[in-house]
Design a protein around this ligand. Structure first.
Ligand SMILES: NC(=O)c1ccc[n+]([C@@H]2O[C@H](COP(=O)([O-])OP(=O)(O)OC[C@H]3O[C@@H](n4cnc5c(N)ncnc54)[C@H](OP(=O)(O)O)[C@@H]3O)[C@@H](O)[C@H]2O)c1
Length: 297
């Protein structure tokens, strides 16, 4: 059985959905059911479910709030992964740990390789980088999967915010000088379910990999794409205006370039993600249809 921590987040819920549709045995535990920084709760979950592999989808993901809630960010992103990895080492099972493009500073020209040094520029990125180190230190048999710009039908994310704002605003100003790859949580879930059995059966499999959607864009490109697709259903087509990061100050600094080179993951595991536009179009259609239904209801 696969046990997922952080089961109520975007990725956690997509993992549950993907496992159910494939008939994979998976138990997703919410934050309330098991805090990953609580050794006793983690041990109890392992005793109860006896997983063959653990997926850590839990994280403190509020990038701006992390600048002031430093202890919470540390607990979710650094202490928690260390505790989970230690428990997996004791139980002799592997773990997939999910990390982020925000471990990089964004100064590189071109896509980041797994071997590039990390230089996080905010508290979230620093705690996630420390979490990666903790996993590497505690547990040999692990895969660290760095992903980026995650969205899904569930939870809070940029795509849902943009579609909501597009219903009432005539104009949206969106940052156009940060580059990355919007990635569907559903696709990350598929990738994790693809690698989980390989990891269980190969004790030598270990390491850090990048996994995002194919292709790259900016937040402006992401928003424009989603609004264009939504407009064909809703008729609402607000003007999207590109702005600079400097025109939209946020508490946490963000990397200007967080495009990840994902060739190693594809070569190693034979799993190819879709282009970001294809995946964004699909989720946008689902979200627009469900918003239309909720307005009727
Ligand atoms: N979202 C992004 O854009 C993005 C980008 C790059 C990488 N990632 C990484 O992708 C992974 C999945 O992210 P996501 O978007 O699915 O995040 P999410 O929607 O914010 O879900 C994270 C879940 O973890 C739970 N959690 C937080 N602290 C916990 C703890 N100490 N113990 C147990 N559960 C805890 C949260 O519960 P509460 O809400 O109750 O606290 C939440 O349900 C994370 O590792 C994240 O760092 C995300």
């Amino acid at each position: 059985m696969i046990v997922v921590f952080g089961g109520n987040g975007q990725l956690g819920r997509e993992l549950s959905r993907a496992a159910a549709s494939r008939g994979v045995s998976l138990r997703a535990l919410s934050h309330q059911e098991a805090d990953i920084a609580d050794g006793a709760a983690v041990a109890a979950a392992q005793t109860q479910y006896k997983p063959s592999i653990v997926v850590n989808a839990a994280a403190y993901t509020k990038v701006d709030r992390a600048e002031i809630e430093i202890e919470n960010a540390r607990s979710g992103n650094e202490t928690g992964p260390a505790v989970l990895a230690g428990a997996c080492a004791t139980a002799g099972i592997p773990m997939v740990h999910v990390s982020t493009d925000y471990v990089f500073d964004g100064a590189k020209e071109g896509a980041y390789l797994e071997s590039d040094p990390v230089y996080p520029v905010n508290v979230y990125g620093r705690t996630k980088a420390a979490g990666e180190d903790a996993v590497r230190g505690e547990l040999k048999h692990h895969i660290i999967l760095r992903t980026a710009w995650v969205y899904s039908e569930f939870g809070q994310n940029f795509l849902k915010t943009i579609l909501r704002l597009a219903e009432t605003r005539d104009e949206l100003r969106i940052v156009a000088d940060q580059h990355g790859s919007p990635t569907s949580a559903a696709e990350i879930a598929e990738a994790i379910l693809h690698i989980a059995p390989l990891l269980v059966h190969d004790p030598g499999l270990s390491g850090t990999y990048h996994f995002t959607a194919h292709g790259e864009t900016t937040w402006y490109g992401f928003a424009s794409r989603a609004i264009g697709i939504a407009a064909s259903f809703t008729g609402r087509n607000p003007l999207v205006i590109p702005i600079a990061t400097a025109d939209y100050p946020t508490p946490a600094k963000r990397p200007a370039n967080s495009v990840l080179d994902c060739r190693l993951f594809a070569q190693t595991f034979g799993f190819l993600p879709r282009h970001w536009t294809e995946a964004v179009d699909a989720t946008t259609r689902v979200l627009v249809a469900s918003r239309a239904e909720s307005h009727v209801a």
